[in-house]
Design a protein around this ligand. Sequence first.
Ligand code: ARG
Ligand code: ZN
Length: 873
Amino acid sequence: KPTFLHDYRPPAYRVTHTELSFDLEPGATRVKASLHLERHPQREAGSPLMLDGEQLELKSIAIDGQPLDDDEYSLSETGLTVHRVPERFRLDTEVEIAPEENTALEGLYLSNGMYCTQCEAEGFRRITFYPDRPDVMATFSTTVIGDQARLPVLLSNGNPVERGELPNGKHFVTWEDPHPKPCYLFALVGGDLKKVEDRFTTMSGREVALQIWVEEENLGKTGHAMASLKRAMKWDEETYGREYDLDLFMIVAVNDFNMGAMENKGLNIFNSAAVLTHPKTATDVAFQRVESIVAHEYFHNWSGNRVTCRDWFQLSLKEGFTVFRDQCFSADANSAPVKRIEDASFFRTAQFAEDAGPTAHPVRPDHYIEIGNFYTLTIYEKGAEVVRMLCNLVGWETFRRGSDLYFERFDGQAVTIEDFVSCMAEVSGLDLSQFMRWYSQAGTPEIDAYGEYDYANAEYHLTLRQRTPVTPGQADKQPLHIPVRMGLVGTKSGRDLSLNLEGEDLGTAAVIHLREAEQSFVFTDVSEAPVPSLLRGFSAPVQLRFPYSREDLAFLLANDSDGFNRWDAGQRLAMLALDDLIAAHRNGVEKVMDPRIVEAFRALLERGSDDKAVLAEMLTLPSEAYIAEQQPLVDVDAIHAARTFVKQSLAVTLRDEFMALFEANRSDEPYAPEPEQIGARSLKNVALSYLMAIEDEQGIELTQAQFDADHNMTDVRHALTLLTHSSRDELADPALRAFGEKWAHDPLVMDQWFSLQVTRPQADALDRVKFLMAHPAFSMKNPNNIRALIGAFANQNRVNFHRADGESYRLLADVVIELNRLNPEVAARLITPLTRWQRFDEARQGLMKGELERIRAERLSPNVYEVVEKALA
Ligand code: ARG
Ligand code: ZN
């Protein structure tokens, strides 16, 4: 039973004010709701009142104080209908719910003895009967009652306005949120928590108390999140003119959480993995992830909460824009080029794969069965790329004016993607109608580019041809409006040449606009033969092909003024070598390393870089997942063998250079998650990876010493991963044991310990997965455990997940079947690698489809059903 975008109608009744009261009594939580309702002015009089509600036990119901008779309403699995209601009225209901039994982690549930909520997208209907849709916005007043000893802390949205003691050792707190909001932004927390407090003065002088609530043992892990929050608040004022609007901002860390975090008004709830850090327990990557997620959730206060979505088809309105905002924030706080490289390289691996698979969907889908399945890379990351293109099209200053207009015009409303884009069109005067296709067409556009230098006329002719492949349900595609940022790099001078297009001087770096299926651009006065540098900074989320020679790529790697494209040239160069080696492996021919690649890497190492993090990225070979994305048919073993061969060849030839790089970048400075240090650590650890790829004796000693030194988790985890992924179990086993015992008490560290073991390339990886599933630190009910153990194995250990005997597919299907009952949202997400069966050989296709069919034979949740049906369609 899908829901369709074109069926949208405003709600028959809206809620102007919501009063809630929760009695958190073990085994019998009671929720009383008083909804102040009125007919929607755009809807006809006399409609029945329909409220969403699932897994609720109705105890009482009354309108304007009058209890309803049984024949005045009806109940179903999904909601409650009151047949006749007045134009304006108050509805009182009381329900009983069972948070203790809630393993789906949607609605109100218990995590480690603590009550918490997750309502986006449709969890509120598991709390009380309500019009659970984002275009119903009300002010909320919430009273939480709980046992004073077990639940000393009772939180909800807004400001606390009253608290007191009650009989039987209970107490209550009443919270008021003056900002009208949809119920998906409702939150409640009750538990034995401790807080760290700080403050922020907003640009207009409002004093805001900032609180991070955690379990007592985690009090020492909140500093980075708090510092990140303050930076994000300041950044949003300076960059977007957006100020915080309550006196209190709270973050709560919970161990059991389906996603990263949630932007509930004034009360953000976070997966503990997305907020807690300590130099000894979290890696640089984790520190940066915390910084970006804290910022992301904070930024939602405007892009999401003050202005929200009309319906869930508009999800990217808030997510795409907010991801774009957090990406820019992180770029400002760290190395901007490396942030772009990381984001683009992740995007080209994971989002491209999604866009090419059976669950491909547009940034704004037009139908869904389960909205929980649409919190995807396409909605989030491609949505952010589309907003980034808009910003680049109109220019930052104009974009900012468009953003101001959007926030001012739609403050307090639930709106659509058109509303957002039309603000940009209005302030810029641009016609963005063709651009809108980015929101409705799925699939990754492919651009085939050809160029020719005309010596006689000093012209460069560039032809671009675009095509978007067919995706499920979308047979024909229209040409998109694609901004291509580019330069022409002179082969003699090594410099960007000036770009004269149709008599206009565009300077040395320009954006050309591809709108037709095929378009040619003639650049005049091109004084020397150039190599084109196209799609600089990944200016559009497309796959670009150009017949570069290896010499061209080595030239760009050395000379391109665009840091992103320098990195990309290196990746393309490595890909050409990898392609040959993959073919050699398949044909049983001896592998030979292309000396031009080795020389290009040598040149990189000799030249060095001011930005160490960028150099570390340049020295990193494309991942197996990225290589797979580039192959017509994925041969996991050939890819693994080819990549290992390239890595080992580079390590053998450049051994001393890598050793020198390692030595030059080690440091005893106290740990700080600062860009300089992070860059040096990445570079040092990349060097160590090369040395360990050939199990260099001195490299092994250094790795062992780095592990033993226990300076910070980035270095320790990297060393432990290298030892664990080496061929020598006598190195791996004692280190793993020591680490596992040392950190047995810390679930976030144990998750890392799981991941690094199950991603080892050795053939025993599947056995380890099974063994670790029985470990006391692993629980099927904890999403972080699932992701760290099962998810990491299925997505990151390609050779072992795609074992020819299909045993890993079977294990994944078994886990999905169990999780389908416990936690459908996590189960549906875990299926992803099986849905990519089309990409593999026939034998594996058969095995993967067999497992999908085995899952389909179960009684399925809507989440798993939707994914499996698409995968087998
Ligand atoms: N809005 C949240 C965020 O992006 C994600 C919530 C997703 N919830 C879910 N059940 N899928 O920050
Ligand atoms: Zn978000």
